[in-house]
Design a protein around this ligand. Structure first.
Ligand code: ZN
Length: 296
């Protein structure tokens, strides 16, 4: 059986063909352009690599992930030019003649990590991606959390000390939410250059502070067994270690239950994706396989 999977990010799309069980045989990546050209590129790729049995999509949001909803698979209001109200799932289904499963890009990555990566064996896992934007997916008691629409971890509010960091934040909706302060785009706007070029330790200390606040909040709300942090920003030298140290300081010794503090303070609580940057497309392929097999 062969499936198609798309990691449909706001910055780039990765399309892959595979068995839905952890293998990708063909893949292509291209920048996210207009909806018309981006969807056409994806359709063209899958037409060349068929026949396929189903397609899975991990889409940037906000997007309607409620199966059975009249607007299932449609991008909601987004500042990304041209994409508001784009029917991603319906367009792909119609153009390719395939059943389409769709969840958020972060939930797709989380699914990949749960099956073959850093989330394997856990029932309560949070996946956060810190890239151009910030998003997150949640597994609670073994189930993905969708709720009213889907979690938007990137838009949580965190303390912003304007004396320490006068940057007002770059979220078009909230200014200084987590994404507005700590995304790759926020770093770029604050410092005037791309995050991967920045070596000033003060920048990374501030970044670690913001991510640590977010992870501490997430941990108190959801009690995850593991927090997986993906995206390009976390690969900055020393950043992950600083985040772990600051989380340990922020939790302040509470709750001092058996093994909890040791775990939260250790290297097994906040981790990077076991699948690297393949988590999204592998998860999307798993969504397709689940749909085809009737388990989705
Ligand atoms: Zn926001």
């Amino acid at each position: 059986m062969s499936y198609g999977g798309i990691e449909a990010g706001g910055t780039k799309w990765v399309c892959g063909v595979g068995d839905g069980q952890g293998e990708v045989s063909e893949a292509i990546a291209f920048p996210t352009g207009s909806p018309q050209e981006t969807l056409a590129q994806a359709v063209s790729f899958f037409e060349q690599h068929g026949p396929l049995h189903a397609l899975g999509v991990g889409s940037f949001g906000p997007v309607d992930v409620r199966r059975g909803s009249p607007t299932f698979g449609r991008i909601a209001g987004t500042p990304k030019p041209g994409w508001s109200q784009t029917d991603v799932a319906a367009t792909l289904a119609q153009r390719l003649g395939l059943p389409v499963a769709l969840d958020t890009d972060v939930n797709a990555a989380l699914i990949g990590e749960l099956r073959w990566g850093s989330g394997a064996g856990f029932q309560n896992v949070v996946y956060i991606t810190v890239g151009t934007g910030i998003g997150g997916g949640v597994l609670a008691n073994g189930r993905l959390v969708h709720g009213l629409l889907h979690p938007e971890l990137g838009h949580m509010r965190i303390p912003h000390d304007r004396a320490l960091d006068p940057f007002p934040g770059c979220c078009p909706f909230h200014g200084d939410c987590l994404e507005g302060l700590a995304s790759g785009e926020a770093i770029r706007q604050r410092c005037g250059e791309r995050a991967e070029r920045i070596t000033d330790p003060a920048v990374w200390e501030l970044e670690a502070r913001y991510l640590a606040h977010a992870i501490t909040n997430i941990s108190y709300v959801l009690s995850p067994e593991r927090v997986i942090v993906g995206g390009g920003v976390i690969n900055a030298p020393g950043l992950l270690a600083q985040v772990r140290t600051q989380v340990r300081e922020l939790v302040g010794g509470y709750p001092d239950a058996s093994g909890v503090l040791e775990r939260v303070g250790g290297e097994e609580f906040i981790v990077t994706p076991g699948l690297g940057n393949r988590a999204g497309v592998l998860g999307a392929l798993a969504l397709a396989r689940d749909l085809h097999r009737g388990a989705g």
